[in-house]
Design a binder for this molecule. Structure first.
Ligand code: GLU
Length: 322
């Protein structure tokens, strides 16, 4: 079956989602990172980027938010680019943990791999794998350069957030040392942790995340800059990781309900990828108990239902003019 979607339909689905969710209450800001606890809870925005680079934005989409765990997607792409799909599977894995993002228990339950680059343990391992090994500053430039290519513009570290996370990341320090104990980290553990903390502290806009989502949706070609950022064969790999674990212990419920592969972060952003159609980011700081933005989830759910689309459906979607 094939279905035509017009630009106007997509644009009005974004506006409808914004209007229907903007006064929604519920959830609370990430309280364990002091900087995030103090961000304005009423911020809310949605950006959606189409394959021709056209961006539809509504609300606070130029607010610079903490990217947090959405960055795990970008650095997993960097590891795929540098080392290939096989190495990522062998050294990190692609399995859902079914447990919270910062679970120590998950590490104890696993055998030889941290299971996925989209939870804290696997993301710290991913930072340890970034090349060139043994040179933290060069690794950081690789992480930032990859983000810049995916987003089409350079994100900047929010210094206050980086300081706030670095002073309070005791759980992540335990994770890094536990990975070392189990030989699941491939460079200096504290440097890998620092890279991870820095990448989580990057300030980005919903629009930048929507563009990076669209780069994944269009097989690695950034639709705004026109650059082929990564090999098209890697797109299904990264989308499968997002599908399997993007919402931590809530991932099954999310993908069952919405049919949208997506990744959340405790800064309040959710980045979604609809292959061939769009990249999207909804952002609002208050989170549910799993660490997923309440309003952003509702907004993306609304867009998918209004358009009647689903990544698993046997329908070929085509985008047409209005
Ligand atoms: N920097 C956060 C942490 O390590 C990211 C968690 C998230 O966004 O899920 O706890």
């Amino acid at each position: 079956m094939s279905t035509k979607l017009t630009y106007c339909q997509i644009e009005s689905a974004v506006h409808e989602a914004y209007e229907s969710c903007k006064s929604m209450k519920g959830g609370q800001n990430a309280h364990y990172i002091p900087y995030l606890a103090n961000v304005d809870s009423d911020l809310f925005g949605i950006s959606l980027c189409l394959p021709d680079g056209h961006v539809v934005s509504v609300g606070d989409t130029d607010y610079v938010l903490g990217i947090e765990s959405v960055s795990k997607v970008h650095t997993a792409i960097l590891v795929l680019r540098q080392l290939g799909a096989r190495a990522l599977l062998e050294k990190i894995g692609a399995d859902a943990t079914g447990l919270p993002f910062n679970s120590i228990f998950a590490i104890l339950l696993e055998n030889e791999r941290p299971s996925t680059p989209l939870v804290n343990a696997g993301a710290i391992t991913a930072c340890s794998l970034v090349q060139p090994s043994g040179d933290e500053e060069a690794k950081w430039q690789a992480i930032l350069g990859n983000m810049t290519e995916l987003m089409g513009s350079t994100p900047r570290v929010i210094d206050e957030l980086y300081a706030s996370e670095s002073e309070t990341n005791f759980n992540n320090r335990s994770i890094a040392w536990l990975l070392k104990e189990y030989d699941r980290i491939y460079d200096d553990p504290m440097e890998a942790l620092d890279l991870y903390t820095r990448q989580c502290s990057l300030g980005v806009t919903a629009e930048q995340l929507a563009i990076s989502g669209a780069t994944i949706a269009t097989d690695g070609k950034n639709p705004v800059t026109g650059t082929q950022v990564f090999d098209a064969s890697l797109a299904p790999k990264i989308i499968s990781l997002m599908t399997a674990v993007g919402f931590y212990q809530r991932t099954g419920d999310w993908i069952y309900e919405t049919g949208l592969p997506a990744k959340t972060g405790v800064g309040g952003a959710v980045m979604g990828v609809m292959p061939g159609l769009f990249g999207v980011c909804a952002f609002a700081p208050p989170l549910d108990e799993a660490g997923n933005s309440v309003k952003a989830q509702a907004a993306l759910h609304s867009i998918m239902s209004t358009l009647g689309i689903n990544v698993f459906s046997n329908t070929k979607y085509e985008i047409a003019g209005c």
